[in-house]
Design a protein around this ligand. Sequence first.
Ligand SMILES: NC(=O)c1ccc[n+]([C@@H]2O[C@H](COP(=O)([O-])OP(=O)(O)OC[C@H]3O[C@@H](n4cnc5c(N)ncnc54)[C@H](OP(=O)(O)O)[C@@H]3O)[C@@H](O)[C@H]2O)c1
Length: 265
Amino acid sequence: MNINELFNVEGKTAVVTGGSRGIGEMITAGLLANGVKVYITARKIGPLLAKAEELSNKYNGECIALGCDLSTLEGVTSFANQIKEKEEGIDFLINNAGAAWAEPFDTFSEAGWDKVMDLNTKSLFFLSQQMKPLLTKNASLEDPSRIINIGSIDGLNTPAFETFSYSTSKAAVHHLTRHLAHRLVRENILVNAIAPGPYPSNMLGAAVAHDYSEIAKRNPRKRVGTPEDIAGLVIFMCSRAGAYTVGETVTSDGGIVKTSSHNLS
Ligand SMILES: NC(=O)c1ccc[n+]([C@@H]2O[C@H](COP(=O)([O-])OP(=O)(O)OC[C@H]3O[C@@H](n4cnc5c(N)ncnc54)[C@H](OP(=O)(O)O)[C@@H]3O)[C@@H](O)[C@H]2O)c1
């Protein structure tokens, strides 16, 4: 029952897709700070390598950069093969890489639909499928492996922006999480999702010109998310403390989804 045992993740190996910045970087930092070896991926190899070096030095840990484009099945397979060459087993797969697209309903393009659905939903499924042998290798009844899918509150609430493929892709991620959890729990792989609210990043920053003050003001907690908020939840889910939590989508949004009220009068 000691907190150091309950939340211990030391000595584990994780893959965090899209770990070069934003929420993926926050999760990677939290895992590295607590003794996890972390593989991070992204398309832009320069910033990815620099981030891996920065985080390895900062947390005196092992952060390894593997460049890849996860938007196609070919890219997913090539990435999975790279990991298989380096590791016999992994403990945690954090499916975080994602993209957004906004376009008015009347002109919303096929490109904007396919790009988002391909990366956010399809690749997440096929990467989970291809990483399963590695997750299985380290999985046991006492110490299961974990998949954590990063969804979004936009897959739970109705978004204000015209981001039709994004909200659809994230709702799909939440449901796929339950379906995968059902299939994989018997093999001691626990699947859960996190639905983040506003976290500072390139993705959210692009929508608000990197000024989060209005978003913070409107948030029930009067702020945006921090690395501690998302890393703490991931560590809970990956540790002994989270080993009986299966198929959940947990919001990390300052209360946006669960404290919103409706006035019907
Ligand atoms: N920030 C928020 O407020 C928020 C809220 C709800 C949900 N989310 C979700 O959180 C996740 C992370 O988002 P973020 O806000 O941190 O976004 P971000 O700052 O844009 O980071 C996205 C990461 O994914 C990588 N990536 C993008 N396309 C990729 C591809 N085709 N193949 C491989 N890697 C790729 C990016 O690196 P490269 O560009 O170099 O490939 C980067 O490392 C996403 O799933 C997003 O939907 C974010």
